[in-house]
Each structure stands twice: as structure tokens, then as C-alpha cells.
Design a protein around this ligand. Structure first.
Ligand code: DLZ
Ligand code: SF4
Length: 511
């Protein structure tokens, strides 16, 4: 009796539930590089190369543990190019009598897998993904008890439950959240440390050549390719973060600096989301750094909140509200995504920087994603579906369970407030305070409606004006709505005219 254990590209953890009873005899582990997954959105070249190389390395690791691994490479002539097709072929070859898989991270794939048993005629067991700290059902029970869902309360319950940064029943330092200390503007010359980079082995060289040849039409530069592709390498990067970078992470968490795509961010999301690192390991390591006096509480608490709080919370929201969640569009935003999101060609220095970082690294940090590309999309009323697809495609860490609530909910407020208590809409003033972009920009951040005025300013007021009715019920928007109402008519008209002109320029590729 043989069991087929399917391992997906973002399930590269030896502790995976579907591998728990895999044994050298009676188990075949199946991994498959398939066009269906690589092309359902046009993933960034670096994202595909990272995953394929990490998948191949993980397959080798399982083999050295004595397991029998069937690995379909993308250019194998018999590759059916879909996960179902590869399962079907593996079933025929191995005569397995059942299939085990850990639940995938995307609704579309889970729906598909639920139909596999009937199509294949053998039992297909779909197990919980125990790499997450709370199960889908557990989150459901937590949410059922609440009238309104807020990450902050979820996070506190997770801190209490797992006893992370706690002193008895009290949070370490007497506060749950130290974000007020984490919003410093960047001083002149702020530079992040040099990061580790890895020499390519034969596996990575093959994969980079494959991606270059087969995905030339996808966004992104492939070289230099800098990602860790094994758990060991990812752990070394994380260790560098904890010892050298974490102490400064809190202070500069919201800062943006031209030419500094990473600053003091951990850069571990791609590794965590593919399974090379496990959430509780990194949480405990960061907590230890605090208790040993190696990193301050504001930094450690802020870092841990991302993983113990946000990461688990967005996953919970995703599964609780899908598939209806993907259809939400509270502001009825439908304007096509402009070319500048793919090319980085714009005179707006901040946007050019965020998009070019993305093209080069398949990465940009949280504040660039939220307050530049996300904020601009919100203000310009860009199509929610197109913006979400862009985020899913371009970031090496993006899978729909994490991308959709972050983009549709947090950045675009398209869920009408399920994720965020107010839209993260901001004018150029915020960007100027948190970055060094504006000084060297073709636009004037201090100008609202002039010929050279920063587009974020007029677009911000247009967003308030167009959505005033929808924003009225939100008490955190009261002041800004009344500022708009009190503004004199001529000024309002000029701002709206400037905003329309900016949108015209954007559509013509001239903004
Ligand atoms: C993202 C991705 C890509 C690019 N390629 C593959 C692949 O060839 N084979 C595979 O098993 N998984 C891949 N993935 C990850 C899946 O898309 C991911 O498992 C689902 O989106 C669910 O999170
Ligand atoms: Fe961005 Fe406006 Fe500043 Fe230019 S002036 S960098 S467009 S915020």
C-alpha cells in the first residue's frame, strides 16, 4: 500500500503535516514545477526562480532522509503542466492507494483539490497546515465570539495564549504595542547594513537559466539572484537580522530612503511563506534577543507583532471571508492599472523608486507597499482586481492568503473596513515626512494644485471629495471631511481640476 504525499511549492518544511507519516517504504513524495502555478498570475522572474530552486533543494533534503521523491521539472517532456495532471501521472506510476496533502494557501486550489477524490477514485486527505499558529477553525471560533474583528485584540490573545513577551498576565514593558516609538523620520544618510548573499550552486544555476528561457515575458530582473534557497541559508539570514539589524528595526520601521530598498527590515517573508523558516522559531529567537538585552522592546515587539499578530490574522480573515472577499470593491474603483506599475517610468520619484525596487528585487518593504504603490492606487481609484493581481505577481513572498487582505483590505480599503479602521490615504506631506524622496523630485510636495504640484496632494483631496458619502460614517475621517467642506470653492475646484489632469497624464504615461 503506497501513499502519495503531495508537497506544494510553498510547503518546504520537514515538519509539514502531509509528511508526518512519510516513510522510506510505502511513501512517494510528489513535487512538481508546473506552468499552471507559474502562470496563473505572471509571477516575477525572481519569485519563480526562488521557489523552483528552493523546491529542488528541499527534494534533495527529503531524499537524503531516505524518502522516495518524484520530482517533475518544468521542462520534463512528459510534464502535464498542472498539479492535478502530475498527481494523476504519479498515481498511475506508483499505484498509490491514497493521497495526502497539506491544505494549500489559496482558495482556488483548495476548491480544486476538494474535487480530486471524485476525479481520481482514491481517497484524498487534505490536512490542516500546522505551520500556522492558529488553525482556520481556531480563528473561526475566535472571530465568532466577536462583534467586530480587530487585529490588536487578536494579537493580545495570541500573546497570552503562547506566552510571548509576557510578565505574568501583563505584557512585557506594561504596554502591548510600542508603535508610537516606531515612526521616526529618516535622518540624512540613513543606510541599511550589507546583506548576506549566496553563491549559486548547480541547482540554482539551472533554475536561473530555465526561468530566463521560459519566463522572459514576466516582470523583473533575474540577476543578480540573491535569495537563500535552503532552510540553512534562510536561518543564516535571519540570524544576521537578529544580531545586527533588529536593534534598529523599530525606530526606522516606517522610513523610506531612495536607493535603500531594505533598510532595517527582516526580509524573511519569502522564506516564512515558503516554509524555509517557521513562525514560532523566529518569534522565540527575537524574544530571546530582548531578554538577553541585545535588542530593545519597541523593535522586538514590533517585529513579533508582524508574525504572531498580523500574519496569522490576515490568514484568518482570508479564509473566513473567501470567496466573497475577492469581489469587494467599497469605493467602486475600476480605473485600469497604468503602465508605470510595470515599468517604473514616472516622474514621481517615490513611485519610481518603489516600482524599480520591486522590478529589481521582487521586494519592497511594507511602507513602500502601503503608503506609495498602495496609497497611490487608492487615491487614483485603480481597479481593485488589477492592483491585487499586481501585488500577487510581483512580490516573492506573495500568496493570495496574505496578499489579498493586505492589498484589498489594508491598502485599498475595498472591504469597507474589515481589515483597517480607516483608509490609509495620505497626501505628499506624509511621504515627505517619512522619506528623502521629495527633495529630488520633479514635483513640488508643498504645492497642491499648481502645474508642478505633487500628484498625491490633489489626488488625496479628490479621493476625499469623491468618497465623502461613504466616509461619513467613519469617526476617524470626520476632521478631514470637514476640512474639505470648509475649503473655499475656488480652491476646491482647482484641486479637482489638477487631480483630473494628473489622472489624464497617468493614463497617457506622462505623470
Ligand atoms: C507560486 C508557485 C509557483 C510559481 N510555482 C509552483 C509550482 O510550479 N509548483 C507548486 O507546487 N507550487 C508553485 N507555486 C506555489 C503555489 O502556487 C502555491 O502552493 C499555491 O498558490 C497555494 O499557496
Ligand atoms: Fe512623491 Fe510627491 Fe514627493 Fe514627488 S513630491 S516624491 S511625487 S510625494
Amino acid at each position: 500500500m503506497t501513499t502519495l504525499h503531495l508537497v506544494l511549492g510553498d510547503q518546504l518544511s520537514p515538519s509539514l503535516s502531509s509528511l508526518a507519516d512519510a516513510a522510506p517504504d510505502g511513501s512517494v513524495v510528489l513535487m512538481a514545477e508546473v506552468m499552471a502555478e507559474a502562470r496563473y498570475v505572471r509571477h516575477h522572474k525572481k519569485k519563480i526562480a526562488f521557489l523552483f530552486s528552493a523546491m529542488r533543494h528541499f527534494a534533495e533534503e527529503l531524499r537524503t532522509r531516505g524518502l522516495s521523491v518524484r520530482y517533475a521539472k518544468l521542462d520534463d517532456p512528459d510534464n502535464s503542466q498542472s498539479l492535478f495532471g502530475e498527481v494523476e501521472r504519479a498515481l498511475a506510476a506508483s499505484h498509490a492507494s491514497r493521497i495526502i496533502v497539506t491544505e494549500p494557501g489559496e482558495w482556488r486550489l483548495l476548491e480544486e483539490m476538494r474535487g480530486w477524490q471524485a476525479r481520481l477514485g482514491v481517497p484524498v486527505e487534505i490536512l490542516d497546515d500546522t505551520r500556522f499558529l492558529i488553525s482556520r477553525a481556531g480563528f473561526g471560533r475566535w472571530a465568532d465570539r466577536r462583534r467586530e474583528l480587530r487585529m490588536e485584540y487578536f494579537y493580545r490573545d495570541m500573546r497570552r495564549h503562547f506566552r510571548v513577551l509576557m510578565q505574568g498576565d501583563m505584557p512585557e514593558g506594561g504596554q502591548w504595542n510600542f508603535d508610537k516609538e516606531n515612526r521616526k523620520s529618516p535622518p540624512k544618510g540613513l543606510k541599511g547594513p550589507k546583506r548576506l548573499s549566496w553563491r549559486h550552486d548547480a541547482i540554482t544555476r539551472d533554475v536561473v537559466a530555465l526561468v530566463e528561457a521560459r519566463f522572459a515575458d514576466h516582470i523583473g530582473t533575474l540577476k543578480p539572484f540573491h535569495f537563500a534557497v535552503t532552510a540553512e541559508q534562510a536561518e543564516a539570514e535571519f540570524e544576521q537580522f537578529v544580531t545586527d539589524i533588529l536593534p534598529s528595526f523599530g525606530d526606522w520601521q516606517d522610513a523610506m530612503v531612495a536607493g535603500e530598498p531594505y533598510l532595517f527590515h527582516s526580509m524573511i517573508a519569502a522564506y516564512l511563506n515558503a516554509g524555509l523558516l517557521l513562525p514560532m522559531d523566529v518569534i522565540r529567537r527575537a524574544e530571546r534577543a530582548y531578554f538577553e538585552g541585545a535588542a530593545p522592546l519597541n523593535a522586538v515587539e514590533g517585529f513579533i507583532r508582524q508574525i504572531l499578530g498580523w500574519r496569522e490574522y490576515v490568514r484568518g480573515i482570508y479564509w473566513r471571508f473567501m470567496p466573497a472577499y475577492a469581489e469587494k470593491n467599497a469605493f467602486e474603483a475600476h480605473r485600469p492599472l497604468p503602465a508605470l506599475y510595470w515599468t517604473g517610468e514616472t516622474k514621481m520619484r517615490c513611485m519610481a523608486s518603489a516600482v524599480n525596487d520591486t522590478i529589481e528585487h521582487a521586494y519592497s518593504h511594507h511602507i513602500q507597499r502601503l503608503m506609495l504603490t498602495g496609497n497611490f492606487a487608492l487615491l487614483a481609484g485603480l481597479s481593485v482586481a488589477e492592483v491585487c493581481e499586481w501585488y500577487l505577481a510581483v512580490y516573492a513572498d506573495a500568496y493570495e492568503w496574505v496578499e489579498l487582505p493586505n492589498t484589498l483590505g489594508m491598502a485599498l480599503y475595498a472591504d469597507g473596513g474589515q481589515m483597517a479602521s480607516k483608509p490609509y490615504a495620505a497626501s505628499g506631506k506624509y511621504i515627505d515626512r517619512m522619506s528623502n524622496f521629495c527633495g529630488g523630485c520633479a514635483y513640488d510636495v508643498k504645492d497642491g494644485a499648481g502645474e508642478n504640484a505633487c500628484p498625491f496632494n490633489a489626488l488625496y483631496w479628490r479621493f476625499i471629495a469623491v468618497n465623502a458619502e461613504k466616509l461619513r460614517g467613519n469617526h476617524r475621517m470626520v476632521n478631514i471631511l470637514s476640512s474639505w467642506r470648509r475649503m473655499d470653492d475656488a480652491k476646491r475646484a482647482k484641486l479637482l481640476e489638477r487631480a483630473d489632469h494628473c489622472l489624464d497624464l497617468m493614463e497617457k504615461g506622462a505623470l
